[in-house]
Design a protein. Structure first.
Length: 119
């Protein structure tokens, strides 16, 4: 059984930065897709940033140039560096991992960490 635990959320003013971490407990092959998602109140969950099994990265347009996803396989930890935060980035952020090589489905989820950006 794999557990994923996020940390690093909090409250920050617009323009500030936060770094989210997601530690995986249990065996996570480095070839798995891993990613960050977010869900704001009243909105659907959306993918924010994904690392494919080949190491390629992709981002949703609103965060391009501001957010950076990375992972440390030795530590089984996924990161999301968030810079130049905006109030519209306010959401619950979740990490996920999945075996699907297209990163189109997800098998493991964290419990979420809240990010609140004030103007």
């Amino acid at each position: 059984q794999v557990q994923m635990v996020e940390s690093g959320g909090g409250s920050v003013q617009a323009g500030g930065s936060l770094r989210l971490s997601c530690e995986a407990y249990g065996y996570i092959p480095s070839s798995l897709c891993t990613g960050w998602f977010r869900q704001a109140p009243g909105k659907e969950r959306e993918a924010v940033a994904v690392i494919g099994g080949d190491g390629s990265t992709s981002y949703t347009n609103p965060v391009k140039g501001r957010f950076t996803i990375s992972k440390d396989n030795a530590k089984n930890t996924l990161y999301l560096q968030m810079n130049s935060l905006k109030p519209e980035d306010t959401a619950m952020y979740y990490c996920a991992a999945g075996y699907n090589f297209r990163c189109s489905s997800w098998d493991y989820w964290g419990q979420g960490t809240q990010v609140t950006v004030s103007s």
